[in-house]
Design a protein around this ligand. Structure first.
Ligand SMILES: [Zn+2]
Length: 177
């Protein structure tokens, strides 16, 4: 896939007639509404958009996006990397009325004139695909280190030193010690 920046706009009629495919990369900062949902500006977004016409002469855009970004873990509130994948097929329309007439499997992409705003399209698909809540894997999460860990099982106890777990046991009410 191309490592060039994704073009920000495209003539949608020409692209559909030629069955054009455009691809490229973006940074989170390029998409301010998406960036606002992230923990930081690091990362990369790879997008590919394939234009075509269907048998009803509609202009279609197949969007595939992969983003490596960081979000906030909702358990420990530290940043965590995630991969967001979005894939959708949209039909280009010019009015809400046309949008309402589309078959159910096609989402409308409302454009004004001939120009498709590719970055906005990618941003919209990413926002829709971003999980509402993200959590670290248990072993990576800082919340556990802050005192929620199970004590590690101790198979062999060093006879010379007091076992801290024995000390704890002695402090419990009803202890035999
Ligand atoms: Zn976490």
């Amino acid at each position: 896939m191309s490592t060039e920046p994704l073009p920000s706009t495209l003539d949608v009629r020409k692209a559909a007639v030629r069955s054009a495919t455009v691809g490229g990369v973006l940074k989170p900062q390029d998409l301010p509404r998406f960036r606002a949902l992230l923990a930081g500006g690091d990362g990369i977004i790879r997008a590919e958009l394939a234009f075509s016409r269907d048998e009803e002469n509609r202009y279609l855009v197949r969007v595939a996006v992969n983003a490596d970004v960081t979000v906030t873990c909702q358990r420990c509130l530290e940043a965590m990397p995630i991969e967001v994948h979005a894939e959708n097929t949209l039909a280009v329309v010019w009015t809400d009325e046309q949008a309402a007439q589309l078959p159910r499997q096609l989402d409308p992409l409302i454009v004004s004139g001939e120009i498709c705003q590719l970055w906005e399209l990618v941003e919209e698909e990413l926002i829709l695909s971003l999980p509402a809540f993200s959590y670290h894997e248990t072993e990576d999460c800082k919340r556990k280190l802050a005192g929620f860990a199970e004590p590690a099982p101790q198979m062999a106890v060093d006879e010379g030193r007091p076992n801290p777990f024995d000390v704890l046991a002695q402090l419990k009410p009803g202890s035999k010690y």
